[in-house]
Design a protein around this ligand. Structure first.
Ligand SMILES: Cc1ncc(COP(=O)(O)O)c(C=O)c1O
Length: 432
């Protein structure tokens, strides 16, 4: 049985967890404890020396969180994973594990607003530089490389630009440059796209979104492929003795899960953005139904996009599932099961009147909720220019794919006729 390649749906229900050996509990137990008793002084010492694997303290590892980590790694086809308190913590940990003062990152400019600010403002204060490039042309990533570049970063499907990145092409550029390609796969979910199979070396998620799927729980995860050649001379912190952890040489000691061990024993241990066991448990409930939810998200979003496309009051629609969309071919290649739940559109009028009509539209909606989130089972709406991307200058908003009139929808699992009814009546309000 162990040789069998299980399907995605089976992994979503079983990977990383078996019935509890002590009690027979079928559901995942919540190990709500900060710390774990040592068998002896020698056992404690060998755990701290990383000679024995085991739990010491929940900031580093916990059995409930471990089940979540293993399941996420299995769903992405990765080697190992470390859970974090949020999606932002996942991106921060993924990068701080391999970049330091004086280093440089090349990133897509079409990013979630928080990540844009992290790279463009906060990391710069730490002396870590970033160049943000238009991801529609993969060669832009190569052109921005410098000798001190340590990572290339992108989202699979940008939020909120809803642009698809040519993963294989950017992955090849990263491979040729000897730096890892880190992909935020939040908006696609591993059900729709597995970036590790398309040139990525590390995947991060805001599990707050589709993985959890119910808008209840913050969480994140960093997953490594186990295939990146950390010994290529560019990453001394992976190969030289660690000043932060007993002189351990992470790559030599842990090989194909060295990156995850370093993230856990250096970044998580020191900075501490740990996922709570109860949150890991809640996210696991969501993951069990990820495949069926994503299918419905996709069919409902496609129906909304088709409806908006032929609506007389709508100026433009961006949904990569639509044949005429500029990202349609890339989405067919990288996300053959569906184009996801996110779409954006603008109401007819100038940029200014489009902005005002957008505000009226949002206020006219009956059950589609106006809030800052995506990936809930419920349908959601937001106006990014005045909320998630408000901190960006207008010029940077445009580069991030956020025009002033853009309305972003995260289409949920309600009855499709009801979703279309709510949108239609709010469009009438907007144009009244
Ligand atoms: C693509 C993407 N990455 C990361 C994040 C940050 O995740 P979190 O809110 O869990 O910190 C978000 C949040 O909206 C997101 O959409």
């Amino acid at each position: 049985m162990s040789d069998r390649q299980f399907g995605f749906e089976t992994l979503a229900l079983h990977a990383g967890q078996i019935p509890d050996a002590a009690t027979g509990a079928r559901a995942l137990p919540i190990y709500q404890t900060t710390s774990f008793v040592f068998d002896s002084a020698d056992h404690a010492a060998s755990l701290f020396n990383l000679q024995t694997f085991g739990n010491v303290y929940t900031r580093l590892s916990n059995p409930t969180t471990a089940a979540f980590e293993e399941r996420c790694a299995a769903l992405e086809g990765g080697r190992a994973a470390v859970a974090t308190a949020s999606g932002q913590a996942a991106s921060m940990v993924a990068l701080l594990n391999i970049v330091e003062t004086g280093d440089h990152i090349v990133s897509s400019s079409k990013l979630y607003g928080g990540t844009h600010t992290m790279l463009n403002v906060n990391f710069k204060k730490l002396g870590i530089d970033a160049t943000l490039v238009d991801p529609d042309e993969p060669e832009n990533f190569r052109a921005a490389l410098r000798p001190n570049t340590k990572a290339i970063f992108s989202e699979t499907l940008g939020n909120p630009a809803i642009n698809m990145v040519d993963l294989d092409a950017v992955g090849k550029i990263a491979r040729e440059a000897g730096v890892p390609f880190i992909v935020d796969n939040t908006a696609a979910s591993p059900y729709l796209c597995q970036p590790l199979q398309h040139g990525a070396d590390i995947v991060v998620h805001s599990a707050t979104k589709f993985m959890g799927g119910h808008g209840t729980t913050m969480g994140g995860v960093v997953i490594e492929s186990g295939k990146f050649p950390w010994g290529n001379g560019k990453f001394p912190s992976m190969t030289e003795p660690s000043a932060g952890y007993h002189g351990v040489r992470f790559f030599e000691t842990f090989g194909d899960f060295a990156y995850t061990m370093k993230a856990r024993m250096e970044v998580m241990r020191v900075f501490g953005p740990t996922l709570a066991p109860f949150s890991a448990w809640q996210l696991m409930q969501g993951i069990e139904t990820l495949p069926v939810r994503m299918e419905r998200h996709c069919t409902n979003a496609m129906a909304v996009a088709t409806f908006l496309q032929s609506h007389p009051k709508v100026a433009w629609v961006n949904y990569p599932g639509l044949q005429a969309n500029r990202y349609h071919d890339l989405v067919k290649r990288y996300m053959p099961k569906g184009a996801g739940a996110l779409l954006s559109f603008g109401i007819k009028g100038s940029a200014v009147s489009g902005y005002e009509a957008g505000v009226k539209f949002i206020e006219g909606l009956q059950f589609i909720s106006h809030l800052a989130n995506i990936g809930d089972a419920k349908s959601l709406v937001i106006h990014p220019a005045s909320t998630t991307h408000r901190q960006l200058a207008e010029e940077d908003q445009i580069k991030a794919g956020v025009p002033p009139d853009m309305i972003r929808l995260s289409i949920g699992l309600e009855t499709i006729d009801d979703i279309l009814w709510d949108i239609d009546q709010a469009l009438a309000v907007a144009n009244a």
